[in-house]
Design a protein around this ligand. Structure first.
Ligand SMILES: Nc1ncnc2c1ncn2[C@@H]1O[C@H](COP(=O)(O)OP(=O)(O)O)[C@@H](O)[C@H]1O
Ligand SMILES: [Mg+2]
Length: 419
C-alpha cells in the first residue's frame, strides 16, 4: 500500500512541511549535467529557509491552490503505463524516466492504456536519495501552483522506495527536442517568441508569487509544449524558496545544469532570483541560434555558445550570421536585434544589472509585435559562420552533456569542475 498525505498538502506553510519517513540526505546530486559544490545541511526545494516576508502578488492568470493531488498506488501506475514499457518512454532526466500512461479524463483514476486521457508518469530511481528530494520539491511546489505556464501535477505515488509523479501530458514534448533533435520540424520565429513569452510568464509567476520561488533549472529540456505549442515549465525538483526579510539572495549548495546556471551562483553559492534570468537569457540565445549552449562536438572556441556568441549579439551585421538557418531568413531583423539586446542584458555578470522577468516580458511583447517585412527574407541571406557553417553536427549528435546513459546520471560532472 502506498503512502498518501492525510490532508491536502499545504506546500507553502512553514509549519506544515511535508513529512516523509525517510531522512533527507544532506548535499545534492542533480540529474544530467550537474554542478555540485559545498553540500549544505538543508538543501533543495524541501528547504523552507528564506521564504516569507513578501507581499502576496499573484498575477491574475496564476494561483496558489490547495492541492488536490491524487495518490496512486505503484501497481495502478504500473498498469497505466503497461508495466513501464520502454516504448512508452517520453523522456529521461537525472531523476529517472518519464512514461506515457492513461487515466480517466474526469476523475484521474488510473486507466488502461489507450482509455481516458494520457498523462506523463515520472519514475525515480528507487536507490537515489536525490530522486527522493526532487520528488518532494515537485510535490511541494508544483502541487501547489495553478498557472497556464506551469505543467499541472495530477498526483503522486510513494510506496516503499518507489517515488513517482503524474503530470498532465504535454503532447509536443520539450523545447530541447524541437530545437535540437534531428528531423524535428523547425519552429517559426513567431512560435519561438510565443514559447519564450510563455516560459517567461511561468518564471515571472514564480518570482512574484506569495513567497518568491527560484526555479534554479531553467533550460530548454524543462520547457514543455502542449498541442498548440504553449510553453509550460516542468521539473520543479530544484525549485527553492527565494530570499526573505530584505535579503538579496539565499546561500545554498550549487546545483543545476552547466551552461544555464548563473556565474555568481556557481562561483559563490549565492542564489538570486535573477540567477534564473541568466538561464532565461541562455535559452533565448539557444532559441534564436538553434544551437545548444554547450556542445563539445563544435570546435573548441565554440564549445560554449554564450562565450562564442557574445560579440555577435552586440553587432548587427555579425548577428545575422548566428541566427538559426532553419528559419530560412524568415524573421524580422529589428526583432533579432532587440532579442539580442535582451539576451545580453539577461547575461549580465552582475545579477543586479539583469532585468526582472516582468521587464523581460514587456520586452518580449515588443519583440513579438515586430513583424517580418516582405523584402527581409532576401536581405538576410548570407553565408553562415561559426557553428552554423557545418550545421549537420549539432542535430546529428547530441552534446555529451545531454547524452543519456542508463539512468541519465552518466553526465554528472564532478563537484568542482570549472564552468
Ligand atoms: N508532462 C510531460 N509530458 C510529456 N513529456 C514529458 C513530460 N514531463 C517530462 N517529459 C519528458 O521527459 C523529460 C524529462 O522530464 P523531467 O521532468 O525534466 O525529468 P528530470 O527531473 O529527470 O529532469 C523531458 O525533457 C520531456 O522530454
Ligand atoms: Mg529535467
Amino acid at each position: 500500500m502506498g503512502n498518501c498525505f492525510p490532508n491536502p498538502v499545504d506546500n507553502f506553510s512553514s509549519t506544515n512541511k511535508i513529512s516523509t519517513p525517510v531522512d533527507f540526505v544532506s548535499g545534492e546530486k542533480k540529474k544530467g549535467p550537474v554542478i555540485r559544490k559545498q553540500p549544505s545541511a538543508v538543501e533543495g526545494g524541501g528547504d523552507e529557509s528564506g521564504g516569507g516576508g513578501r507581499e502576496a502578488v499573484v498575477p491574475a492568470s496564476g494561483n496558489i491552490v490547495t492541492p488536490n493531488l491524487r495518490c496512486y498506488t505503484y501497481s495502478e501506475l504500473r498498469s497505466a503505463t503497461r508495466n513501464f514499457r520502454p516504448d512508452t518512454v517520453l523522456g529521461e532526466g537525472g531523476f529517472g524516466r518519464v512514461f506515457k500512461g492513461w487515466v480517466d479524463g474526469e476523475t484521474y483514476a488510473p486507466s488502461k492504456v489507450g482509455i481516458g486521457i494520457p498523462v506523463a508518469v515520472k519514475k525515480s530511481n528507487p536507490d537515489s536519495p536525490q530522486g527522493l528530494k526532487e520528488w518532494q520539491a515537485e510535490v511541494k511546489f508544483l502541487g501547489k501552483f495553478s498557472h497556464p505556464n506551469l505543467v499541472k501535477l495530477v498526483g503522486y505515488c510513494w510506496e516503499d522506495r518507489e517515488f513517482l509523479l503524474v503530470y498532465e501530458y504535454m503532447q509536443k514534448g520539450s523545447l530541447e527536442n524541437h530545437l535540437f533533435k534531428k528531423g524535428a520540424e523547425p519552429l517559426s520565429w513567431s512560435t519561438r517568441m510565443k514559447i519564450a513569452t510563455g516560459a517567461a510568464q511561468g518564471l515571472d509567476f514564480l518570482h512574484t508569487t506569495e513567497k518568491t520561488v527560484i526555479y534554479r533549472d531553467f533550460k530548454s529540456a524543462n520547457i514543455l509544449l502542449d498541442s498548440d505549442l504553449n510553453a509550460k515549465l516542468s521539473d520543479f525538483g530544484l525549485a527553492k524558496l527565494g530570499p526573505a526579510n530584505g535579503e538579496s539572495h539565499v546561500s545554498t549548495g550549487v546545483v543545476g545544469t552547466y551552461g544555464y546556471a548563473a556565474p555568481e551562483y556557481i562561483a559563490t553559492g549565492h542564489l538570486y532570483v535573477r540567477s534564473d534570468v541568466y538561464g532565461f537569457g541562455v535559452v533565448l540565445l539557444e532559441m534564436i541560434t538553434g544551437l545548444r549552449v554547450l556542445d563539445t562536438n563544435r570546435p573548441s572556441s565554440e564549445h560554449n555558445l554564450v562565450d562564442w556568441a557574445r560579440s555577435s549579439l552586440a553587432d548587427k551585421r555579425k548577428l545575422r550570421k548566428i541566427i538559426d538557418p532553419r528559419l530560412e531568413n524568415d524573421y524580422p531583423s529589428k526583432g533579432t536585434v532587440k532579442a539580442a539586446e535582451l539576451i545580453l542584458s539577461c547575461l549580465e555578470s552582475d545579477p543586479k544589472n539583469r532585468p526582472s522577468m516582468e521587464e523581460v516580458l514587456v520586452r518580449l511583447q515588443e519583440i513579438s509585435a515586430i513583424k517580418t517585412k516582405p523584402r527581409e527574407t532576401k536581405v538576410h541571406a548570407s553565408q553562415p559562420t561559426g557553428p552554423h557553417r557545418d550545421r549537420h553536427y549539432h542535430s546529428a549528435r547530441q552534446s555529451p552533456l545531454h547524452v543519456k546513459n542508463g539512468g541519465g546520471r552518466a553526465n554528472q560532472l564532478s563537484p568542482m569542475r570549472s564552468y
